[in-house]
Design a binder for this molecule. Sequence first.
Ligand SMILES: Nc1c(NC[C@H](O)[C@H](O)[C@H](O)CO)[nH]c(=O)[nH]c1=O
Ligand SMILES: CC(=O)[C@@H](O)COP(=O)(O)O
Length: 153
Amino acid sequence: MTTFNGNVTGQGRKIAIAVARFNSFVTTQLLNGAQDALVRYGVASDDIDVAWVPGAFEIATIANQLAKSGRYDGIITLGAVIRGETSHYDYVCSAVSRGVAQVGLETSVPTMFGVLTTDTVDQAINRAGVKSGNKGADCAQSVLEMIDLKRQL
Ligand SMILES: Nc1c(NC[C@H](O)[C@H](O)[C@H](O)CO)[nH]c(=O)[nH]c1=O
Ligand SMILES: CC(=O)[C@@H](O)COP(=O)(O)O
């Protein structure tokens, strides 16, 4: 029996990050977490590209273009969708989650879903570097693991 585990190594990897500007007080912290983790794992800062989009709904479109460019070993998507008074939250969450998943499946480029979907502002803040970790840093580790795992298979 052969068991495969991806190594979290960043040497020589090229990563693109698609991040939403909406709720930038949260998404900026997610981006900082992702960039800091990638560099700590050995990714050269010059090999990290960042694309800012208006909101989470636009993330998948740009992630798709980044993945299909052939320039990147992996993609990280970052956003913060915080529930409001209407059902708009549900449509945005559904669209971005399905869209990001489709990018990874269609392109075979590891594409991480780092979009927070929360009921409150506090929940989002806590997941962007406060009491509940940093989803951006989590995605940095996961994308490097997935890149290496794919190279083993
Ligand atoms: N309410 C949130 C949004 N809404 C904006 C949409 O993402 C989109 O930009 C707009 O509908 C135009 O297409 N976006 C977030 O990222 N977070 C939210 O909480
Ligand atoms: C996630 C959203 O789109 C939401 O923040 C919009 O707020 P509202 O539903 O009150 O218009």
